[in-house]
Design a binder for this molecule. Structure first.
Ligand SMILES: *[C@@H]1O[C@H](CO)[C@@H](O)[C@H](O)[C@H]1NC(C)=O
Ligand SMILES: *[C@@H]1O[C@H](CO)[C@@H](O)[C@H](O)[C@H]1NC(C)=O
Length: 288
């Protein structure tokens, strides 16, 4: 399976902050629905703590310790929905990036009892970082809610919709990135009937590992984790499926093939604590 890795040399450790948050409410038609009405209650609904391990199934919806049930709602393709942020404080407090994914439940499967397994997730919205080599900024920071459009080309079906904010302030060590995740159930998503083919599709876990140091050195570019947004905006047809963001000198010769296929979930040359004692400024992008 292809994985997207974000590997950037590590030079500093960032202090962890205690501000945490969840996504309890679906926004439909501009109105906030009740907390955990249409959003599956996440493991952190009380303690608000982030999910830290991208290799577990909790990276999907973070519901393993809860029943994970919620009501389903009918939403027309092309309409605007969203999620509210609740916590301490109630906004996307940490510097980080945001992604929204959807996945279609298999035919004949009620989305309410579906776990989102398989290579089924496609991205419909993102708020990436902006890096220019001098500064890196995170436009999602401080948002109390997000709203986005369900693509009008979305085919009829039952879908999960998953939002994540990846807080990167502690991400300089493996497992340091904090994932704030929630999944809502949308039923009958396309009353008006779309004819698109969503993609590229990814699986959770498997879609990415994340390691980036946002403080030093300042990344000259920042590649948003995950696949490109569907449907592609702008000029037609060309989509970048996978982008690897790699500190080249870090890779020993016998791992050089990794540079070409991006096909690694982690890099064994990091020690068990995820510390990287080297420092690199040579970053190369690989596109497939
Ligand atoms: C919906 O919730 C968000 C986040 O808590 C809040 O900022 C917003 O004011 C709420 N909207 C309404 C109409 O209550
Ligand atoms: C979904 O839409 C179909 C076709 O309109 C309808 O038969 C079905 O009852 C709907 N399901 C729900 C739960 O609204």
């Amino acid at each position: 399976m292809k994985s997207l890795s974000v590997l950037v040399a590590v030079a500093t450790l960032a202090a962890k902050a205690s501000a945490h948050y969840v996504w309890p409410q679906l926004i439909v038609g501009g109105s906030n629905t009740s907390a955990w009405q249409y959003v599956r209650q996440t493991n952190n609904w009380q303690d608000l703590n982030p999910m830290l391990d991208v290799t577990t199934t909790d990276v999907r919806c973070y519901t393993s310790a809860e029943s994970g049930t919620a009501s389903t709602i009918s939403v027309a393709a092309g309409s605007t929905v969203g999620f509210t942020v609740s916590g301490n404080p109630s906004n996307l407090y940490h510097p980080g990036v945001l992604n929204v994914y959807m996945a279609k439940a298999p035919s004949g499967t009620d989305v309410a009892s579906w776990d989102g397994s398989g290579t089924v997730w496609f991205k419909i919205y993102q708020i990436p970082a902006i890096a220019d080599g001098v500064t890196i900024t995170f436009p999602a920071t401080g948002l109390a809610e997000i709203q986005f459009t369900i693509p009008s080309a979305l085919p009829s079906g039952q879908y999960l919709i998953r939002t994540e904010h990846i807080a990167l302030h502690s991400a300089s060590s493996y497992g340091g990135a904090q994932f704030y995740i929630a999944c809502a159930q949308h039923l009958n998503c396309s009353i008006i009937g779309g004819t698109g083919t969503p993609g590229p599709l990814v699986a959770f876990p498997g879609a990415y590992t994340v390691r980036i140091n946002i403080y030093y050195p300042i990344p000259t570019t920042y590649i948003q984790p995950g696949p490109s947004v569907w449907p592609a905006s702008g000029s037609g047809g060309v989509s970048i499926l996978w982008v690897c963001y790699i500190a080249l000198p870090h890779f020993p010769p016998d791992r050089s093939s990794d540079l070409n296929n991006c096909d690694h979930d982690d890099d064994e040359s990091y020690d068990d604590n995820g510390e990287d004692h080297h420092q690199h400024d040579h970053i190369e992008l690989h596109r497939h």
